[in-house]
Design a protein around this ligand. Structure first.
Ligand code: BGC
Length: 765
């Protein structure tokens, strides 16, 4: 019944349009002012505009799977058109690793593939805002040329815990790097005249019960860690839209929080754009409207009815509705569709593949290197171990997955770079993988399997004879370890964080046999999130953290192995020794078992009607407060496997001549980075600040600025200046609800990682 009313109203809108053809006086969007258009709208039309057009396959509160077929197949949704007033529908489609639309259309021989760029974590690992902006430009071009108006990206939630299933879509455990990279991506995408949606606002740090979880958090941690990145992106890049998240914060759903969406986002930060929900997010639509959550996506008749009812009984004001309607109209006016842009459906995928490859090499991280890389000219014959060497992973799953035309596997990348892969070993692996995948096919019986990380075969045991033969016949061993993850599910300690027994055995045996033959072993990590490295990292000669590098991943890894590109990525999160070492692990659903076949439990709060609340599922205490990632490891003195900011190069850098100057509330730190090694390379220089921490407990140090140098030739130097303001020193004081700067002795710490500090400068505030 509800649905019928809804569609009847939609039909009336269309009928209205026909009448208006003769009614010249009807204000038209773009010709009349927005105020005039709003005045001409019926209440029904306004409420229709507040909610999206729905989604094929999405019943009222059902799962978000399926597509909005009407305008751009495979897009996540559209706004509702009101032709009578000249209001078109605009199209919203996912990111963040590239544009997500359907690659083929029925009865159409053209294809609509998009470029799969590296996952967000890799992009951030480049610590290069120019590279991020360039990737943004290319993604935005595809958005524009495929007729999409708003890209639902970048994702910028904090990596609070290593097991969050969507960390690969996000940038870092640190808000500064998250905010700066997001701002760069937003600038790049929006330079095409299309919009972005920074998401998921805010504190959406676990997938488990993501629609029902209440984040219990201090105002200080919220402001300093979980909102800070969004604040930076809003102030520096003005994204066209912000996507509110599914979760609650301290008892209020983010999409229903006026404090978050109106007071903080707009009032304090000056956000000028539109807020939309995450898909089906929020429970009580009138509260969402009042909060300033302008657009409810993908929209349902239930929401329409609820808003109409609240308007009728006076609990929701028409002023609230009008304000949101205006902001949606402003978004529509800015869109390429409204401007009548003639999109080509033919973006330059070739040029974008190059950008994808280049950005991938820029963000890969050399974790360890004992004279193994770059591979010497003499190393031509390669033994590639590990199923992931033959089943390379380009990205994560869920809405962040891209439909690309091809992916370059590791094997293809190595062959393209002139290496000879041992065929016998390749055949063994390929037969094994095919047979195992056949056994794992029950996955296919699950309707949601396409949106979930695929179950991958266990690592293949190898006989001593095969290992010995490989060590004899080849010059070097590559051993790839892979992990997939995606939306809806958090990762697990035994399957995802820890190494399996088979993996451990493989690393140990390959290292033993190759080392006995005087040959090197290089481990490649093709992963989307942090894994355990401490127990095995001493075995191989080198470890390359390749992340999930998009469609050119195999070529990008080969570029680094060969030395065509000198690695310059650094960790944007800590690699702890044990999972439980992370402070947030004390409050994370690491042992919770989701029933992945029960769709309802994945797409709504499965605990809605139960009496008792389950810790870490219904609510999560952010008890570690501001001590997230390195802020905790540093302060508590716990050892880590690889620290935040770590990453090696094929060359060495010296830091010299550090000095600081104070001007108008700003502190400028200048220093020189010199390439003292033999290869050209780039360095990421990091500025941390240690605060007095007397009146307020502060982390030992916090990242306040960073820069990536240009490509420095051997012997070449670059003088760097990093400026921070008084505001950068401030902490959020809960008592007064103000940002406060403590007076006293501060130290500026300039380093090549959070642990490798090269220069210190004392200063006073
Ligand atoms: C995801 C969002 C995404 C939306 C539309 C949701 O399930 O959380 O990140 O943009 O779907 O596909």
């Amino acid at each position: 019944m509800m649905k019928n009313v809804f569609f009847l109203i939609a039909a009336m809108g269309a009928a209205g349009m026909m009448l208006s053809c003769n009614a010249d006086k009807t204000p038209q969007l773009g010709k009349a002012s927005i105020d005039e258009v709003v005045r001409a709208m019926t209440l029904e039309e306004k409420v229709q505009l507040l909610i999206g057009t729905g989604m094929a396959g999405l019943s009222d509160d059902g799962p978000v799977v399926g597509v909005t077929e009407s305008i751009v197949p495979g897009a996540a949704g559209t706004t509702r058109p009101i032709p009578r007033l000249g209001i078109p529908a605009i199209v919203l489609a996912d990111g963040p690793a590239g544009l997500r639309i359907a690659p083929v259309r029925e009865g159409d021989s053209q294809t609509y593939y998009c470029t799969a760029f590296p996952v967000a974590t890799l992009l951030a690992s480049a610590w290069n805002t120019e590279v991020a902006e360039n990737v943004g430009k290319a993604v935005g071009k595809e958005v524009l040329e495929y007729g999409v108006d708003v890209l639902l990206a970048p994702g910028m939630n904090i990596h609070r815990n290593p097991l969050c299933g969507r960390n690969f879509e996000y940038y870092s455990e640190d808000p500064l790097i998250s905010g700066k990279i997001a701002a760069a991506v937003v600038r790049g995408v929006q330079s095409n005249g299309v919009g972005t949606s920074i998401k998921h606002f805010a504190a959406n740090n676990q997938e488990t019960n993501r629609m029902g979880n209440d984040v219990r958090i201090s105002q200080r941690a919220l402001r300093e860690i979980y909102l800070k990145g969004f604040e930076i992106a809003v102030k520096e890049a003005q994204p066209w839209t912000v996507m509110s998240s599914y979760n609650y914060i301290n008892g209020t759903m983010t999409s229903e929080s006026r404090e978050l969406l109106t007071d903080i986002l707009r009032g304090e930060w000056g956000f000028k754009g539109t807020v939309m929900t995450d898909w089906t997010g929020g429970k009580y639509p009138p509260a969402q409207v009042h909060a300033g959550n302008d657009l409810l996506m993908p929209g349902s008749p239930r929401q329409y009815e609820a808003i109409m009812a609240a308007t009728a009984d006076g609990s929701l004001s028409v002023e609230d509705i009008d304000l949101n309607v205006k902001r949606i109209l402003e978004l529509i006016i800015a869109s390429p569709r409204f401007r009548g842009y003639k999109f080509s459906n033919r973006p330059d995928l070739k040029a974008h593949a190059e950008i994808s490859r280049q950005s991938a090499t820029e963000g890969m991280i050399l974790l360890k290197n004992e004279r193994a890389l770059p591979l010497p000219e003499s190393a031509k014959k390669v033994a590639a171990f590990g199923i992931t060497s033959y089943d390379f992973i380009s990205g994560g799953t869920g809405s962040g997955d891209v439909n690309e035309a091809y992916t370059v596997s590791l094997r293809e990348g190595l062959i393209n770079a002139g290496y000879q892969l041992n065929d016998e070993l390749a055949a063994l692996y390929e037969n094994y993988i095919n047979a195992e995948n056949e056994k794992l096919r029950p996955d296919a019986g699950n309707p949601f399997a396409a949106f979930m990380p695929r179950t991958r075969p266990a690592e293949m045991p190898l006989s001593a004879a095969v290992l010995k033969k490989m060590a004899e016949e080849t010059d070097v061993a590559l051993l790839t370890i892979g992990r997939t993850s995606g939306e809806f599910l958090d990762r697990k300690i035994p399957d995802d964080f820890d190494m399996s027994d088979n993996e451990r055995r493989l690393i140990r045996e390959v290292c033993n046999v190759f080392h006995a033959a005087g040959k090197k072993v290089v481990v490649i990590l093709n992963i989307g999130g942090v894994i355990e490295t401490a127990s095995w990292k001493n075995l191989p000669d080198a470890i390359l953290l390749a992340w999930q590098a998009g469609q050119e991943g195999g070529n990008a890894v080969a570029d680094i192995l060969k030395g065509a590109v000198n690695p310059s990525g650094k960790l944007t999160m800590t690699f702890p020794i044990r999972y439980m070492d992370a402070a947030s692990s004390a409050n994370f659903p690491y042992d919770y078992q989701f029933d992945t076949r029960n769709a309802a439990s994945l797409f709504s709060s499965q605990y809605e009607n139960k009496k008792e609340s389950v810790r870490n599922v219904d609510y999560t205490e952010y008890a570690e407060d501001v001590f997230v990632g390195y802020r905790d490891f540093d302060s508590s003195g716990k050892s880590v496997s690889y620290p935040f900011g770590h990453g090696l190069s094929y060359t060495e850098f010296a830091y010299e001549n550090a000095a600081a100057s104070v001007k108008n509330d700003g502190y400028t730190f200048s220093f020189t980075v010199k390439n003292t090694g033999n290869a050209a390379g780039k360095e990421v220089a990091q500025l941390y600040i240690a605060a007095p921490g007397k009146s307020m407990k502060k982390p030992v140090k916090e990242l306040k600025a960073f820069v990536k140098t240009k490509l420095l030739q051997p012997g070449e130097s670059q003088t760097i200046q990093l400026t921070i303001t008084k505001e950068d020193l401030a902490s959020y004081d809960e008592g007064s609800g103000q940002w406060m700067v403590e007076s006293g002795d501060y130290v500026g710490l300039i380093g090549s990682s959070s642990e490798n500090i090269k220069q210190r400068i004392n200063f006073q505030y």
